[in-house]
Design a protein around this ligand. Structure first.
Ligand code: URA
Length: 263
């Protein structure tokens, strides 16, 4: 454990990282000082020099290869079924080995609205469908309130739902940047094949994949463009379950979506 002293308090590295992630999620993306202070470097300088080590393994190169492979496989998929087969057989993601089921999408492929979430959780992994756990049930209630449903046969009122990752990350941890980068080409092709009128980006992970940005509390409610079509970032239903007060803003976002569909 690295001890980081901050204003007289001892802060361990794990807590410091959690604080930083929390602030990034809240939209704090600028340092307040003229220049950031690298407290890890300060702590490292105070420690005796470590014995010489082997250079780190060239992980990035291998990951880059996987991204290339994903791009090639995604570009070659000329139908939803071909894309599903390509994604199922893509072996760049380690997490697939620990997952129970491949979990691609649910809803009506002709829907005007495509919702993109983060990754399957336990319930989704068991059933092979996105957003079927508690967060998914809230998602269904939220969209039902503006007359949209995943099981609607009328494309005008239907939803199509997917995630950035199609395999459950172990212990429901957040998707890592290299995992998002690998799945991004598949997600882009998925959007092209479904060709929705509007996209909803549920939380930081799809914002990272589709916009290259995070900070959902700052992004939410602001229409932007993703994959050449209007996209609305919204807070994730899991966040709304933990933070009921935020439902007021989510409702405003849903009304904005409904207005856009009606207009
Ligand atoms: N959270 C997500 O982002 N997707 C799911 O499918 C379930 C929970």
């Amino acid at each position: 454990m690295i001890d980081l002293s901050y204003r007289g308090f001892a802060l361990d590295a794990e807590t410091a990282l959690a604080l930083l992630q929390w602030q990034a999620e809240m939209g704090a993306d600028e340092p307040c000082l003229d220049a950031p202070i690298d407290r890890l470097a300060e702590a490292a300088a105070a420690r005796p020099a470590a014995p010489a080590q082997e250079p780190p393994a060239p992980v990035a190169a291998g990951e880059g290869d996987h991204v290339q492979t994903a791009r090639r496989m995604a570009a070659a998929a000329d139908s939803l079924q071909a894309l599903a087969e390509a994604m199922r057989s893509f072996d760049g993601l380690e997490i697939r080995k620990g997952a129970r089921n491949f979990c691609l999408a649910d809803g009506n492929p002709k829907a005007r609205v495509m919702i993109i979430g983060e990754a399957p959780g336990e319930e989704e992994d068991n059933r092979g469908l996105p957003f079927v756990g508690r967060a998914g049930q809230l998602l269904d209630r939220m969209f039902a309130a503006i007359g949209l449903a995943r099981d609607c046969v009328d494309a005008q009122r239907a939803l199509y739902i997917t995630n950035v990752l199609t395999w459950r990350p172990p212990g429901n941890r957040r998707p890592e940047p290299h995992e998002i980068a690998m799945m991004q080409p598949f997600l882009q092709r998925h959007v092209e094949l479904i060709d929705p009128q509007l996209i909803v980006l549920m939380g930081n992970t799809p914002c990272q994949a589709a916009l290259g940005r995070q900070g959902i509390l700052r992004l939410r409610g602001n229409w932007t463009t993703a994959y050449d079509r209007p996209a609305l970032p919204m807070t994730h239903p899991s966040y709304l379950l933990r933070t009921p007060l935020a439902k007021r803003e989510a409702w405003a976002d849903l009304l904005s979506l409904a207005a856009r569909l009606d207009g």
